[in-house]
Design a protein around this ligand. Structure first.
Ligand code: TPP
Ligand code: MG
Length: 321
C-alpha cells in the first residue's frame, strides 16, 4: 500500500467512525420525531464507501443506493447539510425535499442516492459514457446492493459498460439480505462477482469490512479504469448491523451471523490497523473519536436550529424541479 501512513489510516478510521455515529445519532433523531419517513442505516458497511472513496479523485463520480448516507459522507459531504436534509430543512442538500434516500450533490460529482433499487447503475453508465466521449481521465464508482444484481437494470448496465469499455467500477455491497430475504434464496448464483464473467468484466470478491482490503483493491481498479482498461467489478462481502430500515428490528438475522459480524466489525478492524500499523494508542483513538463526536453534535445543533421551509418556497421549489 502506497499511502500506508499514519495520517492516511487515521483519515480512514475517522470517516468510518463519522458514518457510524452519523447513523446512530440520526436514529435517535428519528425516534425523537425530528426525521420523518424511512431511512436505511449504513451501519456495519462503513468500510466499503470509505475504502472506495479514498481510492478515488474528487473529479471522479459516484452513484449511490437507497442506503446512501455512508457514500455521501465518505465522498466528503458536509455533516451539517446532511443532517439538515434528513430533518427536511431548507438548507439541506436538496432543500430538505429529498430526505434520506435522495441525497445528491451534482456540484461535487455525487450523482445521488435513489429509492429505486438498481437505478444507480444505469446513471453510472451514462456518466462513464460521457467521460469516455470527452476523453477525460476520470472514472465512476457505482455502489450497488446485492438485491439489485438480479435486476435487469444492473445486468444491462454491466453489459453496456463492458461493450463500450467504460471507466466504471461496480461496487456490489453484498450485505447478504434484501429486506428479510437471504441472497441464497433469491438467486441461483449467490457469489455475485461471477455476474461479471458473463459479460467479460474482470471481477473479484473481497472482505468488505476490511477498509484496507477495499482501498487497495479499489485503488488498482480506479487506476486501470483511467488507463482505459475498465469496467471492473468488486463484490464486497458485508453484513448490516441493524434491520433493513430504521423501524425494522431485524429479528430474521441469524444469531451466529450477528455474533460473527459483531467481532468482524469494520470499526474494530480499523482500530486494529491504527494500533498495529500506525502505532496509535487507545488514548490517541479516543481523541479522534471525541473530535468526530463534537463535529456531529455541532451539525445536529445546526440542523435543529435551521428553519423549516415556508409553504411559499415549498410550492416554488416543487414547481422548479
Ligand atoms: C425496483 C425496486 N423494487 C423493490 C423496491 C423495494 N425495496 C426497497 S429496498 C429493497 C431491498 C433491497 O435489498 P438490497 O438490494 O440487497 O439492498 P440493501 O437494502 O440490503 O442495502 C426492496 C425490495 C424498490 N425500492 N425498488
Ligand atoms: Mg442487501
Amino acid at each position: 500500500m502506497k499511502k500506508n501512513t499514519r495520517d492516511f489510516l487515521v483519515s480512514l478510521y475517522t470517516t468510518m467512525y463519522k458514518i457510524r455515529n452519523f447513523e446512530e445519532q440520526a436514529i435517535k433523531l428519528y425516534r425523537d420525531g425530528y426525521i420523518r419517513g424511512y431511512f436505511h442505516p449504513y451501519l456495519g458497511e462503513e468500510a466499503i464507501a470509505t475504502g472506495v472513496c479514498a481510492a478515488m479523485d474528487r473529479k471522479d463520480y459516484i452513484t449511490s443506493t437507497h442506503r446512501g448516507h455512508g457514500h455521501c459522507l465518505a465522498w466528503g459531504a458536509d455533516l451539517k447539510i446532511m443532517f439538515a436534509e434528513l430533518l427536511g430543512r431548507e438548507n439541506g442538500f436538496c432543500k430538505g425535499l429529498g430526505g434520506s434516500m435522495h441525497i445528491a450533490d451534482y456540484t461535487k460529482n455525487n450523482l445521488g442516492a435513489n429509492g429505486i433499487v438498481g437505478s444507480g447503475a444505469p446513471l453510472a453508465v451514462g456518466a462513464a459514457l460521457g467521460i469516455s466521449i470527452r476523453k477525460e481521465r476520470q472514472m465512476v464508482s457505482s455502489f450497488v446492493s446485492d438485491g439489485s444484481t438480479c435486476n435487469g437494470s444492473f445486468l444491462e448496465s454491466l453489459n453496456l459498460a463492458s461493450a463500450w469499455k467504460l471507466p466504471l467500477l461496480f461496487v456490489i455491497e453484498n450485505n447478504q439480505y434484501a429486506v428479510s430475504t437471504r441472497i441464497e434464496d433469491s438467486t441461483g448464483e449467490p457469489e455475485l462477482y461471477k455476474r461479471g464473467a458473463g459479460f467479460g468484466v474482470e471481477s473479484i470478491r473481497l472482505d468488505g469490512n476490511d477498509v484496507l482490503e477495499v482501498y487497495n483493491t479499489a485503488k488498482l481498479y480506479v487506476k486501470r479504469c483511467k488507463n482505459g482498461e475498465g469496467p471492473f467489478l468488486m463484490e464486497c462481502l458485508t453484513f448490516r448491523k441493524s434491520g433493513h430500515h430504521v423501524n425494522d428490528p431485524g429479528l430474521y438475522l441469524p444469531k451466529e451471523k450477528v455474533d460473527h459480524y459483531k467481532l468482524h466489525d469494520p470499526l474494530l478492524i480499523g482500530k486494529k490497523h491504527l494500533t498495529e500499523l500506525a502505532g496509535l494508542s487507545g488514548k490517541d483513538i479516543l481523541e479522534i473519536e471525541n473530535m468526530v463526536m463534537a463535529e456531529i453534535k455541532d451539525a445536529i445543533d445546526f440542523a435543529i436550529k435551521s428553519p423549516e421551509m415556508s409553504e411559499e418556497n415549498f410550492l416554488k421549489f416543487v414547481e422548479e424541479y
